[in-house]
Write a protein that binds this ligand. Structure first.
Ligand code: XIL
Length: 337
């Protein structure tokens, strides 16, 4: 088409400029799946909690009820009622489910921690557990944290019941069994203090690279994101996500909260919002990163005050479900206008 008149040409040029300028902005505005850990007690008993959860979140993670102590409290007795209730809630509200977690050294049933098992027996126990749980939720979870917190802060293997029995091979065993038990779930390793570049994320990078090279099924790296204003914001977050993405992995933020020393000030709430936004924007900037999950959405039920005395207010809504500045940082307007 020939554009004959000067005003029309100018208009066209302006339109093109607008498109060119808007394109990178639009890429940057990429929406993430917004997830949250769910406390099933609150889900059962608190209407306001349920309504906000249904309205605002795309993905749910069981805060506790898919952990080993909850799903097999007695040896050989599977208990999926609480977790099933959450899965049904998610299905009713069009939400996806992120499975947490198959293998972890915490919140194990006492029959397991207090028993003494030979290596072959422990192997059978671990295998049975993974097939029972991942098999039960087969087709219902988008992803699994297959192994949680396998490496300590120095980048060394964490000394756990599984590491002591099998060495680092237990991670590979768990991933292979999980793939068989639910071939469509994305398989993640998940840990804290691996947001930025440091010895621990280096160790995960080396581990992930080795697993990928050897064809062990691993699809993603779950970055918990438990931060505290007492420390510094982690350095090199986007670069860290990029290096995992280069291995063909999906990085995800899986448990974000930002603790504040109590009592909180407005300045601290603003800084907290910057920190939530910092992680959120890093995820948006690295396309394979698709989900941003907070570890509870309201201070009313957060795990923080009881585990980190003197700190709290770590989630995007306060105890009365009022949105804090952090909420705007991870919740860009839905219309895109
Ligand atoms: C926490 C829960 O929030 C608490 O309710 C529970 O008492 C202990 O575990 N990393 C994880 C999560 O992977 O499973 C933990 O959840 C928080 C740290």
């Amino acid at each position: 088409m020939l554009v004959r008149t000067a005003p029309l040409r100018a208009l066209l040029a302006a339109l093109i400029a607008l498109l060119v300028l808007a394109a990178p902005a639009a890429a940057h505005e990429r929406k993430l799946l917004l997830g949250t850990a769910v406390d099933v007690e609150a889900l059962a008993n608190d209407d306001r909690y349920r309504a906000l959860l249904a309205r605002e979140f795309d993905s749910v993670t069981a805060e506790n009820v898919m952990k080993w102590y909850a799903v097999e409290p007695q040896r050989g007795v599977d208990e999926f009622e609480d977790a099933d209730r959450l899965v049904r809630f998610a299905r009713r509200h069009g939400q996806s489910v992120y499975g947490h977690t198959l293998v972890w050294h915490n919140q194990l049933p006492s029959w397991l921690t207090e028993g003494s098992f030979s290596k072959p027996e422990l192997k059978r126990i671990l295998r049975r557990h993974i097939f029972a749980v991942a098999g039960h939720f087969r087709g219902k979870v988008r992803a699994w944290d297959v192994v949680n917190e396998a490496i300590d802060d120095d980048g060394q293997w964490r000394d756990t019941i599984f590491y002591r029995a099998f060495g680092k091979r237990y991670v590979e065993m768990a991933l292979r069994w999980a793939r068989k038990a639910d071939p469509h779930a994305k398989l993640f390793l998940n840990d804290y203090n691996i947001e930025g570049l440091n010895a621990k994320s280096d160790a995960y990078f080396a581990l992930a690279k080795d697993l990928r090279r050897r064809g062990v099924p691993l699809d993603g790296i779950g970055i918990q994101g438990h931060l505290s204003l007492v420390y510094d914001f982690p350095g090199g977050v986007e670069e860290n996500l990029r290096r995992f993405a280069r291995l063909g992995l999906e990085p995800a933020f899986t448990e974000v909260d930002v603790r504040i020393p109590l009592p909180v000030s407005d300045d601290e709430l603003a800084e907290q919002a910057d920190w939530f936004g910092g992680l959120y924007d890093a995820c948006r900037a690295v396309p394979p990163c698709k989900t941003f999950t907070v570890w509870g959405f309201t201070d009313r039920y957060s795990w923080v005050p009881s585990v980190f005395p003197g700190e709290g207010a770590a989630t995007p809504f306060d105890e009365e479900y009022r949105p804090k500045p952090a909420w705007s940082a991870i919740h860009p307007p839905r219309s895109g206008t």
